[in-house]
Design a protein around this ligand. Structure first.
Ligand code: HEM
Length: 424
């Protein structure tokens, strides 16, 4: 492990500087962030600016029109996530939050337990967990709770995968070879087309079904409750600007947000626990309890060490001085990328007591697992029950152990991870 990152960084030629930063971000983030927080909390590199202290990360994520989500714009078909604090974002996010009724959550957790439990029970003591479980459970929930029925789960998984790959891991600061970058865009475009066709069919069919249900006053036709059906059963005044096309876009957003994020978090949390026997043992004991508080606290603390990404990213719309009034106040220029390094913020001793220690039940509001500010995750309450319940179901298996490590196949996402357990 390298120390004195900044010495190496300062000594490197301009053209090599960001390549070094990229390597440290990918291979030794925590010691690198620690040095930055201490010595240069805001690091301006030729590719982007890293912001590493807790308060400054929050500041960046709250100045929506200055640090914008423009990097999402070319990746999304006018979805709310690519809008900064405007009418569409407010309208569609609040509407979708309303549809994802938080009173559903106990039911959602028990659906996840059933889906996850049955996959594991059918696996006979051995599973490649990433594809058969980490991706499959959220894909099944997307069908059963969100109501995106009529497509194969493998397709749902693929559509989410390429969208997430392109949206979160294909920007200039990812330093991908141009051929790979183009390939990802091509796959994303291809799968977006399939997803678009599927959503059109789904909404058309369900629209007719809801209409039939209404005509029969639910006496002959009674549809199952899910989010798509709920949206279609609800009438929106024309002036609320939520027509059937917008409804479809938002249904697609549920699928895209749910699968690869959950899969990565669950695989990485499991691996972290398998690599830390003390916490594996604590989690296994807590998994038996009916009250989930203790178990879930362990899961969220594990995710702090292995988050799905160590940073978020924004494009600066106008010059702005971050951390004004401090001795490291730094002006960031319009047109440049800023990386609020959320994992670093979660190791900042200004907000986290003994940050290098694993301490379950920390203050939830200091975690950045689901983002922060206006773009905080729409699906966070679903994620907050789905992720721990999936991990719990795995740890309920007797003698559960990992066979080796997660294989990332040189990409950003877990692709394979073998687990086994005792069946009799
Ligand atoms: C369960 C289903 C999920 C859905 C439907 C979903 C959907 C979304 C949406 C629509 C946004 C954008 C919100 C906005 O721009 O206002 C978002 C943001 C975010 N989501 Fe989720 N998500 C889900 C699960 C997850 C999971 C499991 C994680 C991580 C473990 C996650 C992490 C995030 C983060 C960090 C952001 C903030 C992105 C930013 O600020 O640029 N999401 N999510």
């Amino acid at each position: 492990m390298s120390t004195n990152y900044l010495e190496q960084y300062d000594a490197a030629p301009e053209a090599d500087k960001f390549r070094l930063v990229r390597r440290w971000l990918d291979t030794e983030p925590l010691p690198f962030f620690k040095e930055l927080r201490e010595k240069r909390p805001i690091l301006v590199t030729p590719a982007c600016t890293l912001v590493t202290r807790f308060d400054d990360v929050r500041e960046v994520l709250q100045l929506y029109k200055i640090f914008t989500v423009k990097p999402y714009v070319p990746k999304m078909d006018n979805y709310l996530m690519a809008h900064d604090d405007d009418a569409l974002h407010t309208r569609e996010k609040t509407l979708m939050q309303f549809m994802l009724n938080r009173d559903d959550l106990p039911k959602v957790r028990s659906m996840v337990a059933d889906i996850a439990g049955s996959i594991l029970n059918n696996a006979n003591g051995k599973i490649e967990i990433v594809n058969s479980f980490c991706r499959m459970v959220p894909a099944t929930l997307v069908q059963q709770y969100f109501g995106l029925t009529g497509a194969k789960r493998e397709d749902l998984i693929e559509w989410s995968y390429w969208n997430q790959y392109d949206t979160f891991h294909n920007h200039p600061f990812d330093l991908l070879p141009p051929e790979l970058s183009k390939q990802i865009i091509d796959r994303h475009n291809e799968t977006s087309k399939k997803l678009g066709d599927y959503i059109t069919m789904l909404i058309a069919k369900r629209f007719l079904a809801v209409k039939a249900e209404k005509l029969t006053f639910s006496t002959i036709i009674r549809l199952r409750d899910d989010i798509v059906t709920r949206m279609l059963r609800t009438g929106f005044a024309k002036e609320s600007d939520f027509d059937i096309k917008r409804l479809g876009v938002n249904a697609g957003g549920l699928l895209i947000g749910a699968i690869e994020t959950t899969a990565q978090a669950v695989a990485q949390i499991l691996q972290y626990l398998f690599q830390h026997p003390q916490w594996l043992s604590a989690a296994t004991t807590a998994a038996q309890k009916t009250d989930n508080t203790e178990f879930d606290g362990i899961v969220w603390e594990a995710l702090r060490f292995v988050p799905i990404s160590s940073y978020l990213f924004r494009l600066t719309a106008s010059d702005y001085t971050i951390a004004k009034g401090t001795d490291y106040a730094t002006t960031v220029n319009a047109g440049t990328y800023v990386l609020p390094v959320t994992q670093s913020a979660m190791f900042d001793e200004r907000a986290f007591e003994s940050p290098d220690e694993f301490i379950p039940q920390r203050n939830w509001y200091h975690y950045f697992h689901f983002g922060f500010g206006n773009h905080e995750c729409l699906g966070r309450y679903v994620g907050m029950v789905m992720i721990p319940e999936m991990v719990r179901q795995v740890l309920l298996k007797k003698g559960i152990e990992a066979q080796g490590a997660i294989d990332y196949k040189s990409g950003p996402f877990p692709e394979a991870y073998q687990l086994s357990w005792v069946t009799q």
